[in-house]
Write a protein that binds this ligand. Sequence first.
Ligand code: NDP
Length: 492
Amino acid sequence: MTEIEKRQDRSPVPSAFDYAPAPESREIVTLEDRYDLFIGGEWVEPNSGEYAPTISPSSEEPLAEVAYAGAEDVGSAVEAAREAFENGWSDITPAERAKYLYRLARILQERSREFAVLESLDGGKPIRESRDVDLPLSAAHFFYYAGWADKLEYAFPNRKPKPLGVAGQIIPWNFPLLMLSWKIAPALAAGNTVVLKPAESTPLTALLFCDVVRQAELPPGVVNIVTGDGRAGAELVKHPGVDKVAFTGSTDVGKEIQRAVAGTGKKLTLELGGKAANIIFDDAPLDQAVEGIINGIYFNQGHVCCAGSRLLVQESIYEQVIAKLKRRMGTLRVGDPLDKNTDIGAINSKEQLEKIKELVAAGEEEGAEIFQPPCRLPEKGWWFAPTVFTNVAQSYRVAQEEIFGPVLSVLTFRTPDEAVEKANNTPYGLSAGVWTEKGSRILSMAQRLRAGVIWANTYNRFDPASPFGGYKESGFGREGGRHGLEPYMRFE
Ligand code: NDP
């Protein structure tokens, strides 16, 4: 047993406020034994003949077999999307397109409990989050872009917006249905058809979405879902029939994709990693700030590209903030994602758990001080206790690299200038948080921080009307808002 594992194995602190289990029933979800590819409105067996199980990270139980698309399968999906684009979808009136999007939004709302349970089962995130964040936001994205579908000329006055054609979209495992919605809603609103590849470890809500597509009677081929691993993603990127590539995932794969589309004329948006600074000034409302720190790093087990994973605290309030933070961490409940009381669910995959453990071990070796509240982790499945590192130097790996887990690194600063310098000392530039009671300080910090999204006195807030995206190694292009339509259009 490693040092970290020993610490995590300690018994829970006895508390007068222990919670009884409050599991959400999984009865609402009907899983097939095996899923094929969704191409041209039909379930199609993969030419590759390959299937692989998708595993529940909280129980290690195989949930279903899922098809692995090969080059030929990806080709068929792109062909189906092209045919749908040329024979109908690009010609129907924008108001008709809007109706389909409204239908998708309403069906997602109606079936939200089923989707939320499936998301937590397949990905390990707490049901409270999939129920209260992922699902409402997914439906909201379809509602929002349904509203734009027949108003594109107003969105881009004096420019004649036209759809591009077929969009190839690749999404990660941290917000499977939400990322699908971020990708599909603006693409369809702009008049494109899509081929989407979900992540290998979390394909099930995308496959259930195919059922919604049918229920909404979308013309066949407008939405195609090809499951598989990175090879299917690479085939989609390089397919000559794809006009636009949209990718969310790691910076390394993002760079590979950028190289693959260079010189092809394909439009590209990349939403990649981050190492955001959450900056607490000494005039901030501390109790709210501590809630913001907790939400910033422990939401979705820290599997969040914009997670506030570097905490910058003004030196004069350091002791106070750390004491409050540790106390609050002790109240976080780690465990069954389907339990409505759970705050931190399972780590999405064994590989991700290994990556987190490796970086945490590096943090300890480099000299940072680790704190984990006592908590007993379930025997089966992949888990990691909420963790905070203090005494962190800027050069440490835990201050530089994206951990993508429930691990926070704390640094201090004395002046706003020092805070800006430290916050910007990263190859990433996706998000940041500023906590202060001074409006003028919020505005001046927002101008100086090199991050695409800056939250003030809150963290991890999303709205379909608000554009989201990064600078530097966090990628380029924006999703959400009117800005999110532009990458899916050309202008005459
Ligand atoms: P990846 O970037 O590998 O995966 C993202 C998506 O891209 C998945 O659908 C993946 O397929 C697909 N993919 C993989 N290789 C290629 C390729 N060569 N061409 C096209 N598509 C490809 O992320 P990982 O899942 O490997 O996670 C690794 C790290 O990336 C994490 O630890 C985290 O730091 C970061 N990450 C960042 C995310 C973000 O939101 N910015 C999201 C997820 C991860 P498949 O999964 O089937 O292999």
